[in-house]
Design a protein around this ligand. Structure first.
Ligand code: UDP
Length: 325
């Protein structure tokens, strides 16, 4: 039986990856320090013989006994609200954490896939974003702690590949949504759904003309799965190229939830990218992958998940007021 370590296992993507690898017959070790992760996302796996959980912070030395075949490094805060609350941890998990996991991969002769992000492109001047675009990042802006940690993460991963010859893979993840997103993480999907379900107006930051392209989590997991088992060592964009303005997205949520909420406009956060759309030509060619779930289907599944929350839990959702200049 092959063994895989998944960091950030109690988070949104990490927990879905644990499910997938358990289903594929792997022995899965989930690791998380639970700063932003939630054990609820993986508690259904605890009864399984081939799932283990280590409560550990990967910025400290990582020890896993025995053999290890694969590592997926998905531990990191991944929401602008978190970058402001825990900027140092964000920098450390992308840099020191990645260094530790690369060291573990070398020690165990394991293949490692690291989660990078469309944020390496910053507020992009090239549209849609291809993997060979170098990006436009403000190193000292509020997102800099995440963006630069992820850029460093890619560099150190390539260095371990070229210098130590370890097997590495790099996925650049674009906006992904689905069940288990954190209700209060400030991201637009749980923010808008939470507001609609609480009967509040939806808060659009800026004039809503900024764009994003949302990928359903099952498609994202499939792309990551294929990349891990491919031979390709350079970064690959995984995301859904179907682009939408945030204003149109808010209107879609109002229709979807059947509420009659209004839209409220607030200041645009500093360095909020104006446009984002993955060019997935490479993923199509190399992985024979493209997203299958359209936004209506994916958003319906996501809404169903959030409808399971009580009004009290929904109230915990918060806005990113402190992003205002
Ligand atoms: N956004 C918004 N209202 C909210 C939360 C987010 O208009 O209540 C906007 C945000 O300014 C950004 C987009 O939605 O332009 C996506 O934000 P998110 O935090 O989900 O992801 P990211 O900016 O990292 O793509």
């Amino acid at each position: 039986m092959q063994k895989i370590l998944i960091t950030g296992a109690a988070g949104f993507l990490g927990s879905h990856l644990c499910d997938r690898f358990v289903k594929e017959g792997f022995h899965v070790i989930g690791m998380d320090n639970l700063i932003t992760g939630d054990l609820k996302n993986i508690e259904h796996l605890f009864k399984l013989e081939h799932f283990e959980f280590y409560h550990h912070d990967v910025t400290k030395f990582v020890h896993v006994p025995g053999e290890l075949d694969y590592i997926l490094h998905f531990a990191s805060p991944a929401s602008p609200i978190d970058y402001l609350k825990i900027p140092i941890q964000t920098l450390k998990v992308g840099s020191l954490g990645t260094h530790n996991l690369l060291g573990l991969a070398k020690e165990k002769n394991a293949r490692i896939l690291i989660a990078s992000t469309s944020e390496v492109y910053g507020d992009p001047l090239v549209h849609p974003q291809t993997e060979d675009y170098y990006g436009n990042v403000n190193t000292i802006g509020p997102r800099g702690v995440y963006d630069e940690a992820k850029r460093f993460q890619e560099s150190i991963t390539m260095a371990y590949h070229t210098y130590h010859g370890i097997e590495t893979r790099i996925v650049r993840i674009f906006n992904t949504y689905g069940p288990r997103m954190r209700l209060n993480d400030g991201r637009v999907v749980p923010a808008f759904i939470g507001q609609a379900l609480r009967g509040e107006d939806l808060t659009i930051f800026g004039d809503g003309s900024q764009t994003r392209s949302f990928c359903y989590v099952d498609d994202q997991v499939e792309g990551i799965y294929r990349l891990l088992f491919s031979d390709y060592i350079y970064p690959v964009n995984i995301g859904n190229p179907h682009e939408i303005t945030i204003k149109n997205f808010a209107e879609e949520i109002i229709t979807l939830t059947g509420t009659d909420q209004k839209i409220m406009y607030k200041d645009l956060p500093v360095n909020d990218p104006l446009q984002r759309q993955p060019d997935i030509t490479k993923a199509k060619r190399i992985l024979d992958w493209e997203p299958k779930v359209d936004r209506v289907e994916g958003m319906n599944k996501t809404l169903e998940y959030f409808e399971g929350f009580s009004q009290d839990e929904l109230k915990k959702s918060e806005h990113r007021e402190f992003f205002k200049k």
